[in-house]
Write a protein that binds this ligand. Structure first.
Ligand code: DC
Length: 212
């Protein structure tokens, strides 16, 4: 039996780092589903195709290879913006969700992170976490990350961007970002990465013990 851990939450809440650490801890496969939306968006941008044609975007989504997703290439700001736009299209979501579901069945277990894992992609996941932090904290983390990489960052612009991304992710009609009814909420606003990992591990261990 495969065990799936679903991790959802808004942009820059720390889901990525947490999911990678959890996957390593339990020896599970990890999929950052945001990368599937980003890869679709990048394929459209690279081909000079429009971001508002659902049939064209669906064709690109059907060609996304989960094994070839590279965060260092896909993390660019413009790709994230484009991904958020095509993520509102039901045909794109259908194509990517099918690939994500197939991934979630890998043995011995999987960790998927995104926006709709606990609600749509893996509603039967063994454990669901909804990881969040205040918009101010998320913007500050992104700001620190950019500055830490030696680049120049504008906090006000980043904060504005975080708010806009939230509105788009939470406001869309198809699979909006929201905690599943049975998700455990984890607010990392006041937590270090290590503290968030320990809190997540306690929630997961407690939930897994109940399942066994
Ligand atoms: O987590 P991220 O920034 O890499 O995600 C990029 C965009 O993809 C985000 O704005 C919303 C979308 N997304 C989604 O709609 N559903 C998911 N499961 C993951 C990401």
């Amino acid at each position: 039996m495969t065990l799936t851990i679903a991790i959802d939450g808004p942009a820059a809440a720390g889901k990525g780092t947490l999911s990678r650490q959890i996957a390593e801890e339990y020896g599970f496969h990890h999929l950052d589903t945001g990368l599937t939306y980003r890869a679709t968006a990048k394929a459209l941008l690279d081909a000079g195709l429009p971001l508002d044609d659902e049939a064209v975007a669906e064709r690109m989504a059907l060609e996304v290879e989960l094994s070839g997703l590279d965060r260092s290439i896909l993390s660019a700001h413009a790709i994230g913006e484009a991904a958020s736009k095509i993520a509102v299209m039901p045909a794109v979501r259908r194509a990517l969700v099918e690939a994500q579901r197939a991934f979630s069945k890998k043995e011995p277990g999987t960790v998927l992170d995104g926006r709709d894992i606990g609600t749509v992609v893996c509603p039967d996941a063994a454990v669901k976490l909804y990881v969040t932090a205040s918009p101010e904290v998320r913007a500050k983390r992104r700001f620190d990350e950019i500055v830490g990489n030696g680049a120049v960052a504008d906090y006000a612009a980043i904060f504005d961007d975080v708010k806009k991304r939230d509105e788009r992710d939470m406001g869309r009609a198809d699979s909006p970002l929201r905690p599943a009814d049975d998700a455990h909420l984890l607010d990392t606003s006041e937590m270090s990465i290590e503290a968030a990992f320990q809190a997540a591990k306690s929630l997961i261990d407690a939930a897994l013990i109940k399942k066994i």
